[in-house]
Design a protein around this ligand. Structure first.
Ligand code: MRU
Length: 358
């Protein structure tokens, strides 16, 4: 599998444990976290050492492989019950991104179907987790190819949060489109929003843009409207944590604001995500759980308190952009146009046919 230009991978299984790039330490330090138990994987997801919907899905899958190794029970039913209990805890680590539950369900299905003893089953689960990781890289590259086709020469593209190699197993979703368009010589320029409060844009997307030599500028989230009004943004491309069947999109808090601004200025608003981020069971975005994170993320910047003590805080980590504000959704199967209920379902059918119904 390919690696980051720096030679590091967002996550990798190394013999008997999972290694993660510690995303809370970037860009100042490239540090790694070794997860040897499934609880350590859950902790890393909660602490956002690994983050981004596809990356936490793959990490959780390897977490369940660790759980399978930790479960002592030799009897099949007892083994499965304990595996399901571990999966339930991992699933709750972060509630908004559907990739987490999607990956865990895939491993649990594999476990239930598997006829062998627990040791053979553990090997089968590792193969399934590796398949999820490999498919994610493949999907991102396809998203990059499909999405880059819509980009014109010299476009100035605004992006949000971090959707790059760090947020996935490798390559990136929305960032994958930027990367492909740049590699194809389209002469794009990127505006990266800093993404308060966790600063994924300032810390992580900036780091990836510099790695790839993509012409870019970092902007405050508050600058987006002004830059759009001055004609300095041709397109917005963002990722997604969960997309409902009708095309409503849950993504990093502030995405909805950008979608409204884009509509006001008649700028295309594009969402890029693998089909594993589409929750076909949810008719619309009203059913998507929105994670509320700790107040300290808002009261402190870079570890230093900026708000007075005792000030109450609201810190929703995601918001919902209604489908009517979305111009297109790019997945590994192509570019879906509105109405998304039909176009996403058509993409699911194509994808299932290609994968033999998996
Ligand atoms: O809280 P985070 O950093 O996990 O949120 C990440 C995002 O919102 C991304 O846009 C989304 O997961 C897509 S990543 C390919």
């Amino acid at each position: 599998m390919p690696t980051h230009r720096t030679g590091i991978r967002t996550l990798a299984w190394e013999g008997d444990h999972l290694v993660l790039v510690d995303q809370t330490r970037l860009p100042h330090e490239t540090a790694f976290v070794n997860c040897r138990t499934w609880r350590e994987v859950g902790d890393a997801i909660r602490a956002m050492k690994v983050r981004g919907a596809p990356a936490i899905g793959a990490a959780a899958a390897f977490g369940l492989v660790l759980a399978a190794g930790e479960i002592g029970a030799a009897e099949r039913q007892a083994f499965l019950a304990r595996l399901e209990a571990a999966a339930a805890e991992l699933r709750g680590a972060r509630p908004t991104a559907v990739n987490l539950g999607w990956a865990l369900d895939r491993l649990l299905r594999r476990a239930r179907e598997h006829a062998g003893d627990p040791s053979a089953l553990r090997t089968a689960l590792l193969a399934e987790a590796e398949a999820i990781a490999a498919e994610d890289v493949e999907a991102n590259r396809a998203i990059g190819r499909h999405g880059a086709q819509m980009i014109g020469p010299g476009e100035r593209i605004l992006t949000y949060c971090n959707t790059g190699a760090l947020a996935t197993v490798d390559y990136g979703t929305a960032f994958g489109i930027l990367r492909t368009a740049h590699e194809e010589g389209k002469g794009i320029q990127v505006l990266a929003c800093e993404t308060r409060p966790f600063l994924q844009g300032a810390r992580l997307t900036s780091w990836e843009l510099l790695q790839h030599g993509i012409p870019a500028a970092l902007i405050t989230d508050n600058a987006a409207g002004y830059l759009m009004s001055r004609g300095m943004v041709d397109r917005v491309i963002v990722g997604a944590d969960r997309i409902a069947a009708n095309g409503d999109v849950a993504n990093k808090i502030g995405t909805y604001t950008l979608a409204i601004l884009a509509r006001h200025h008649e700028i295309p608003f594009v969402v890029a995500a693998p089909l594993s981020s589409v929750d076909f069971a949810l008719p619309d975005g009203s059913g998507i759980p929105i994670e509320e994170r700790a107040a300290v993320e808002v009261t402190h910047v870079g570890g230093r308190r900026v708000a007075p003590g005792g000030m109450p805080v609201l810190n929703p980590a995601f918001d919902i952009t209604p489908a009517h504000l979305v111009t297109a959704i790019v997945t590994e199967t192509g570019v879906a146009a509105p109405p998304f209920l039909q176009s996403l379902e058509a993409q699911r059918a194509v994808h299932a046919a290609r994968r033999g119904g998996r």
